[in-house]
Design a protein around this ligand. Structure first.
Ligand code: GRG
Length: 296
């Protein structure tokens, strides 16, 4: 089947899962739930749940229902990070995923709470995987990976170093540290969670992390590129936010052409690592290729 159609089908399936897990918009607190839904269902590539699913298939997983709580939780946690990243205290952005940012629509306080709500509810959703005693051990391991990679040794840690160093030139080592944690950590976690839930070996788990690391860095460099030469309508937010925020990026260090070739190189390395796995996953390979030339 054609990759684009298959991608669309999978994204639709993921959105169905997200809707199933979203809380009801009822009670006195319904505004915060509405704001959570507003940001979560605003579109987005759904890359991280896709990677959980494809990694699970790569390592031989057969029962998709057992990864669904993690797919939903991952997208909720990713979305919270976007909602908070857009706040006035961070990037102060007005548009995201083609619509007004959550704090612009619901106010700053509700924006903070909607992000908090998605983070907390994400873990509540993931913990549903503990209910099946037959898969309890691997679900616990997957949960621990999710918590660690979203936290101070992962995304929050990367964001903290980013915030601390904004507005000043940065050496590449530190930029790589930020990219690996801020962007890479959830992508690594997605690959790892899929692998863990498919009962992978320790060596396979390392492989999953390595593939995630390469995809994560390639993805962030492509994000740097798109911020300079992307299409605003397609991306769904204004360009040149890095320039506005005086950020050091791969484009400011290497220029567009070299940055593009680094995306290709990292993606090829991810594919090479994928080819050392005993099973194959043609869709995952196509997804990695697609990400190199993504326009949004
Ligand atoms: C606030 C703790 C905290 C963390 C924020 C993810 C993040 C960290 C900030 C977002 C800003 C940014 C440019 C991050 C790099 C990662 C990235 C490209 C995020 C956007 O992810 P996509 O492109 O978004 O997958 P969609 O909307 O497609 O889900």
């Amino acid at each position: 089947m054609e990759f684009n159609i298959e991608l669309q089908n999978r994204v639709q399936e993921i959105e169905k899962i997200l809707k199933q897990y979203l809380p009801q918009e009822v009670g006195f607190q319904k505004t915060v739930v509405e704001a959570m839904e507003y940001s979560l269902m605003a579109g987005g590539k759904r890359l991280r749940p896709l990677l959980i699913w494809e990694s699970y298939r790569l390592f031989g997983g057969k029962n998709k229902t057992e990864i669904e709580p993690f797919m939903a939780a991952m997208e909720m946690i990713h979305t919270y990070s976007l909602v908070h990243d857009d706040l006035p205290a961070m990037d102060d952005d007005m548009y995201r995923r083609g619509r007004k940012t959550t704090h612009v629509v619901y106010g700053e306080a509700m924006g903070i709470l909607a992000g908090d709500g998605l983070l907390n509810y994400g873990f509540e959703v993931a913990s549903q995987a503990f209910l099946d005693v037959t898969t309890l051990k691997k679900a616990t391991q997957a949960f621990m990976v999710l918590a660690r990679k979203a936290g101070i040794y992962g995304m929050i840690g990367g964001q903290a170093v980013d915030v601390e160093n904004c507005d000043r030139p940065m050496e590449k080592d530190k930029l790589d540290f930020i990219y690996q944690l801020k962007t890479g950590a959830l992508i690594e976690a997605s690959m790892m969670i899929g692998a863990i839930m498919a009962d992978c070996t320790d060596a396979q788990l390392k492989k999953a992390e390595e593939i995630g690391k390469k995809i994560g860095l390639a993805f962030q460099i492509q994000d740097d590129i798109l911020d300079v030469i992307g299409d605003e309508a397609e991306i769904g937010k204004p360009l040149h936010s890095d320039e506005k925020n005086h950020k050091t990026t791969y484009v400011t260090i290497f220029g567009i052409e070299k940055a593009k070739s680094l995306v290709e190189q990292l993606s090829t390395e991810a594919l090479d690592a994928l080819h050392t796995c005993p099973q194959e996953n043609v869709f995952l390979e196509a997804l990695i290729q697609y990400l190199i030339y993504r326009k949004k």
